[in-house]
Design a protein around this ligand. Structure first.
Ligand code: GTP
Length: 552
């Protein structure tokens, strides 16, 4: 599984976890806050991640290019050094040739006289055309004891008839790792007289001393090897003259690439397994390769520090933005809280539906208007239900239930105002025969018309009730005395007297009225009902279409 796949699967897992968590969070406010904080965190993390990635990539390129530039300086420094050594050898060869130095002792003396050679070379020797050692600046005792005709640098110089820079090797004379800069000396006829060679000690700081200064950071270092992989310079002295391809583990891939001509920088593991920026550059005068190793950990130390700071900064930004988001949501959702309270109040029985803010133009306004309309409809339905439970469906008068409530209150008022109260009990005479003669429907019409006439005959403050069937009651209030009662009864009888005209039918309807009177309201509903009932019985007994009056 690739790193990207791992990151994606982690992100998916995190998103699923977030959705499940959100579903479990109670209020809309807390869900919104969580979403905002989460999105801000995600955005901050993404911005930080992308910027760091871009920054890292650019920084890698800058540090890598810097390494190559560094190596180019080091390469030209070594090229210059080799060139000056070669020039010196040519000048020595020229002087030997012009001075016609032939005798080995003369050559030895010449070398010893030119002490400045020691500044540039570890040792200078002269070999005759057969490779025999004929002069040795460092040790004249070894003259004549060695032959170097098998050395590559000797063979190459003889064959090329010009000076060469040898491959590195261990000196037979000094046992030190060296490279040799040669120069052939010819007589006037072009015959090779001898070869002089200046040895450079590869461990001698002077030659590569400057390279140490050029290394990057504390843990970075420079190294040099030949195209064939022989180490010329390395901080680990043990590796000098070793061939990197033959060492344990072999050469690292980038070094193999460099041996095949690669120049530039790569990120990879060094020989010690440390992840590093490794750069390579070819020298101009030899087939040597100079390289640099710069451990990534040190190279990107500023970047790692920057990453930590960026994470802290983005975390801080996310916290502040999340906090602001939370405050904004709390502020924006205030009307929702008020709406919820209003709905709860109305469910709990409040009838004040004006609390809804129906003027708002936003979604809360729409919601408030919807709740307002809903509450209005509910109130109307409730009112209708109340009306239905209190009124008689046929006549529209109060029903028995309302009568009892009205009577209790009327009695209380009469007591309070020290007034008379009267209860008239009405029963239509021979109503059964109306039903029987004209049908039940006509009987209903009679009941409706009867109720209408009684309503008109009494004051608006008097209460008219249909108790059941053809039985009605009227509660008379605000009576100063009992003298006006008969007049009220006669008024009712008079209102019923005109013929009932129902469609094409016209007939007379009469009623009997039993009235109970009470002074000051000190009586019960039952007592008044009983008294009015017995008065009605009396009125019926007396021949109907009249009234009787009882006090209680
Ligand atoms: N059309 C109609 N008739 C009803 C209604 N409720 C009761 N009744 C009838 O009304 C009649 C009431 O008769 P009663 O009051 O008992 O007798 P009455 O004929 O009026 O005789 P008196 O009261 O003695 O004059 C019954 O026949 C009932 O069936 C109703 O809603 N509509």
């Amino acid at each position: 599984m690739s790193v990207l796949q791992v990151k994606l699967s982690n992100l998916t897992f995190f998103l699923v976890f977030m959705i499940k968590t959100l579903a479990g969070i109670g209020t809309l406010r807390s869900r919104l806050t969580t979403v905002v904080v989460f999105l801000v965190l995600l955005a901050a993390a993404l911005v930080a991640y992308v910027s760091l990635q871009l920054g890292e990539r650019q920084m890698r390129a800058v540090v890598g290019d810097q390494q190559v530039a560094l190596l180019s300086s080091a390469a030209s420094y070594i090229d210059e050094d080799l060139a000056s050594k070669k020039t010196l050898m040519m000048s020595i060869g020229e002087q030997l040739s012009l001075g016609d130095y032939r005798a080995p002792s003369a050559i030895q003396q010449f070398l010893e006289v030119h002490a400045s050679l020691r500044d540039e070379f570890f040792n200078v020797i002269a070999l005759d055309a057969n490779g025999n050692l004929i002069a040795n600046l460092n040790d004249r005792r070894s003259i004549g004891l060695s032959n170097f005709s098998k050395r590559d640098y000797f063979i190459d110089t003889v064959n090329n008839r010009e000076g060469v820079i040898s491959a590195p090797f261990r000196s037979a004379l000094s046992k030190k790792p060296v490279v040799v800069v040669t120069e052939p000396v010819f007589d006037v006829n072009g015959k090779l007289l001898y070869i002089i060679g200046g040895a450079i000690d590869l461990q001698r700081p002077r030659f590569f001393g400057q390279l140490a200064v050029l290394k990057s950071g504390q843990s970075g270092y420079l190294f040099m090897l030949t195209k064939q992989g022989i180490v010329i310079h390395h901080p680990d002295q043990q590796r000098i003259l070793m061939n990197v391809t033959q060492e344990a583990g072999g050469a690292v891939p980038s070094t193999l690439a460099a041996m095949n001509g690669f120049e530039g920088w790569v990120e990879g593991r060094s020989k010690k397994g440390v992840n590093s920026l490794i750069a390579y550059k070819r020298l101009f005068r030899t087939d040597w390769i100079i390289g640099s190793v710069y451990p990534v950990e040190e190279a990107f130390a500023p970047l790692i520090d920057m990453r930590r700071k960026a994470l802290l900064a983005s975390g801080g930004v996310a916290i502040v933005a999340g906090l602001l988001g939370w405050l904004a949501i709390m502020r924006l959702l205030l009307p929702l809280g008020a709406l919820r309270r209003h709905v709860a109040d109305i469910s709990g029985g409040s009838i004040n539906i004006k609390v809804f803010d129906v003027i708002r133009r936003d979604e809360f306004g729409e919601l408030s208007r919807a709740f307002f309309l809903l509450s209005l409809q509910r109130r109307e339905v409730e009112e209708e239900l109340v009306r239905l439970t209190r009124t008689d469906a046929l006549t529209g008068l109060y029903n028995r239930r309302m009568f009892e409530e009205s009577m209790v209150m009327a009695l209380a008022r009469a007591r309070r105002n020290k007034q008379y109260i009267a209860l008239a009990y009405l029963d239509i005479d021979h109503f059964k025969s109306i039903n029987d003669s004209y049908g039940h429907g006509t009987g209903d019409q009679v009941l409706i018309e009867f109720a209408r006439r009684i309503k008109l005959a009494v004051r608006t403050t008097d209460t008219v009730v249909r108790l059941a069937g053809d039985e009605f009651v009227v509660i008379f209030e605000n009576l100063a005395d009992d003298t006006e009662i008969p007049e009220l009864a006669r008024k009712i009888l008079a209102s019923i007297e005109p013929a009932f005209v129902l469609g094409c039918l016209s007939f007379a309807v009469t009623t009997s009225i039993g009235i109970a009177i009470n002074a000051n309201g000190y009586s019960s509903v039952g007592a008044l009902m009983e008294a009015s009932d017995s008065a009605l019985y009396e009125a019926k007994r007396k021949g109907r279409n009249g009234f009787a009056l009882h006090r209680c």
